[in-house]
Design a protein around this ligand. Structure first.
Ligand code: PLP
Length: 367
């Protein structure tokens, strides 16, 4: 069996350190807005090259609070990709604003920047690109569209720890960026966790209030905020894992390169592409095949884990039926939603396992 992802394999490599760190937090009862949280905020912000990191409860709330800090709310529209996890759009909806879906780029799977202009209206306030699967969105085009139309940019970096765009870590290009540390992410906590990055002192200040019930002093609350704090145990674990992030991303990239070499001559399968100005972090390794059901069934028969990120584009999700999206609105996302398959990708994969997966894929496509 080679699973799609193996969190236990990763835990085994750091178990002693993690257990000691958790014990330390428990002994200090430093659970909320703790030193561990503050240390992780500054270490992660520094890793990404951002001025501020604001630890929050999860990635959905990182995006939601970033939008709130930018004063986005009812009556506003925010442009998001149709091909992403629903939390991208849900974060917009929770502010009272409306997500406006845009199709995906046929090569990178990220938002198709050539289709953004047509989606801009007088109500549009922001663009929220997603660095999907670990590949950076085309930030240069997004930033120039935003500048030309007076829009904010919030990067959804939930799948992009360790992703570079034009030599810089993603998360520093827009007004703010939201990260998720959901356990399966490239940098994953041992529960839910998230962070907002920003270079703006003002936005950072607002976010610190928003995540902690608007609290300025123990009994004083400047605004009506939320309870969305990154807890101390998660921060302690994330600090340990952050030290290995580069090494883990390099391992993912090595596996991706090997998949590419082993599968380059296989017909009827499309492998992921990496644009020249991007360093893909391969949060997931997504291929495309025509007969996905048969392909996945054959992989499973051979003991190879696989998954789909994501089978239903957001404009066709029941949750967004009220917006009136229909089949044909975003044809690339719709077609790809039927063809995409994620295959095993995690740093601890061995070279032999990568070769076994590639051999199984070769047979599953050909058979
Ligand atoms: C693209 C994207 N955005 C947002 C989220 C939300 O993150 P979380 O699950 O931490 O709320 C996720 C992950 O789950 C995601 O993949």
């Amino acid at each position: 069996m080679i699973p799609l992802i193996d969190l236990k394999a990763q835990h085994r490599t750091i178990a002693d350190e993690v257990e000691a760190a958790i014990k330390n937090v428990c002994e200090n009862t430093a659970f909320i807005l703790s030193d561990e949280m503050k240390a992780f905020e500054s270490e992660f912000a520094q890793y990404c090259g951002a001025k501020h990191g604001i630890g929050v409860a999860n990635g959905t709330e990182a995006l939601f609070l970033a939008l709130k800090a930018l004063d986005i709310g009812p009556g506003d529209e925010v442009i998001v990709p149709a091909n992403t996890f629903i939390a991208t759009a849900a974060a917009v909806s929770h502010t009272g604003a409306t997500p406006v879906f845009v199709d995906c780029d046929p090569e990178t799977y990220c938002i198709d920047t050539s289709k953004i202009s047509a989606a801009i209206t007088s109500r549009t306030k922001a663009i929220m690109p997603v660095h999907l699967y670990g590949h950076a969105a085309d930030m240069s085009s997004i930033l120039s569209l935003a500048r030309a139309n007076g829009l904010k940019v919030i990067e959804d970096c939930a799948q992009a720890h360790g992703t570079h765009y034009k030599g810089k870590q993603v998360g520093v290009f827009g007004d703010a960026a939201g990260f998720s540390f959901y356990p399966s992410k490239t940098l994953g906590a041992y529960g839910d966790a998230g962070m907002v990055l920003t270079n703006s002192d003002e936005i950072a200040e607002k976010l610190r209030l928003l995540r902690d019930n608007g609290r300025t002093t123990w009994y004083e609350h400047a605004i009506i905020g939320y309870n969305s704090r990154l807890d101390g145990i998660q921060a302690a674990v994330l600090r340990i894992k952050l030290r290995r992030l580069n090494e883990w991303v390099e391992a993912r990239r090595r596996h991706a390169k090997r998949y590419g070499e082993l599968l380059s001559d296989v017909e009827n399968i499309v492998l992921p592409k990496e644009k020249p100005d991007v360093r893909h972090s391969y949060y997931v390794y997504v291929v495309r095949v025509k007969d996905r059901d048969t392909f996945m069934a054959r992989l499973k028969e051979k003991g190879i884990g696989c998954g789909v990120h994501y089978p239903v584009p957001l404009h066709l999700q029941p949750a967004y039926a009220f917006l009136g999206g229909k089949e044909g609105d975003h044809p690339v996302s719709e077609r790809y939603a039927k063809e995409i398959v994620s295959i095993p990708m995690y740093p601890e994969l061995t070279d032999d396992q990568v070769a076994d997966v590639a051999a199984a894929i070769r047979e599953a496509v050909a058979a």
